[in-house]
Design a binder for this molecule. Structure first.
Ligand code: NAI
Length: 308
């Protein structure tokens, strides 16, 4: 299995590192526009192989997409990240042009590729890839829900004073501070609804901290996070590579599901060797349905700024 990661910056390199460490791919190709950068990151990572015990071959290239030919999966992380105080939506102007060019190059050399979109504003970038790549819809997957759910579980474990492996929870809808929908009604601690353990105030805290999880880190780091995003991508790539049929919330093209059409939004999906194998329809409460629809309206507005 050959995987291409475009953008050898913070998220791209972290993602390549986690993929290599899990040792389920034969080859990872890093691509960047900055001269020598992807080659340098690849060399540095390869020099950890004997230390960390993996056989995945990591190579880098400055924009030579012929080196990516025959990729099964490609991850797009190229673009600018947000700075403290910025929203993900403010990145659209620069990132849309980059994502469109990168997609064309990827598909030219790997017409069968499955694309995982990471660049922000992610739901809109995933929509752009749908509109410009010519790939079937099951091959375009936005990464947001996997990360946001991990952050939700981190906050749930904190509030419950429980080990993370005890908690389960999922975030759907938009990958944005306002459009994220942590499904508290379905979160559990070893099968018991978390609402039985948490006060109203604690529930509110968990939801609010989950929604601003990215912004909190951006404030602390001066740029956006990379470890958890890289790990989240690696879980999605592994689900495809190993045909795990794993249920992961992902941003995908909705055609009637959850009452939405012609929009990419986060919903649970079964991820396997074909990319999106199935969309999972879960029953939302009336309040969750309303919030999902509001998130869709906000994403649709950002999509309106795209020029194809
Ligand atoms: P970064 O600045 O560290 O890395 C981005 C890399 O992309 C740079 O090395 C840059 O040279 C490269 N690049 C720019 N234009 C390119 C092009 N045309 N072709 C190839 N490479 C190109 O940024 P970071 O922190 O890695 O973030 C990357 C993107 O991922 C940002 O848009 C950020 O907002 C997004 N992100 C999304 C997350 C999600 O959950 N979906 C989570 C974290 C970040």
């Amino acid at each position: 299995m050959k995987v291409t990661v475009v953008g050898a910056g913070a998220v791209g390199a972290s993602c390549a590192e986690y993929i290599a460490m899990k040792d389920f791919c034969s080859e990872v190709v890093l691509v960047d526009i900055k001269e020598g950068f992807a080659e340098g990151k690849a060399m540095d990572l390869m020099q950890t192989a004997s230390l960390n015990g993996f056989d995945t071959k990591i190579t880098g290239t400055t924009g030579d997409y012929s080196k990516t030919a025959g990729s099964h999966v490609a991850v797009i992380t190229s673009g600018i990240p947000r700075k403290p105080g910025m929203t993900r939506e403010e990145l659209i102007g620069i990132n849309a042009g980059i994502v469109k060019d990168v997609t064309a190059n990827l598909v030219k050399h790997s017409p069968e590729v499955i694309i995982i979109v990471v660049s922000n504003p992610m739901d809109t970038m995933a929509y752009l890839v749908h509109k410009t790549s010519g790939l079937p819809k099951h091959k375009i997957i936005g990464m947001g829900g996997a990360l946001d759910s991990a952050r939700f579980q981190y906050r749930l474990a904190e509030a419950l004073e429980a080990p993370i492996s005890d908690v389960n929870g999922m975030v759907i809808a938009a990958h944005s501070d306002t459009g994220m929908l942590p499904l508290l009604s379905k979160a559990t601690r070893n099968g018991v609804p978390v609402t039985e353990f948490l006060s109203d105030e604690q529930q509110k805290y968990v939801i609010e901290e989950t929604k601003v999880g990215g912004a909190t880190l951006t404030k602390l780091l001066g740029t956006s996070a990379w470890y958890a995003p890289g790990a989240a991508v690696s879980v999605m790539v592994q689900a495809i590579a190993c045909d795990q049929k794993k249920m992961i919330p992902c941003s995908l093209m909705l055609e009637g599901e959850y009452g939405q059409n012609d929009i990419c939004l986060g919903v649970p999906a079964i991820i396997g060797k074909n990319g999106i194998e199935n969309i999972v329809n879960i029953t939302l409460t009336a309040d969750e349905q309303l919030k999902f629809a509001e998130a869709a309206n906000a994403v649709r507005e950002v999509n309106g700024d795209l020029k194809f």
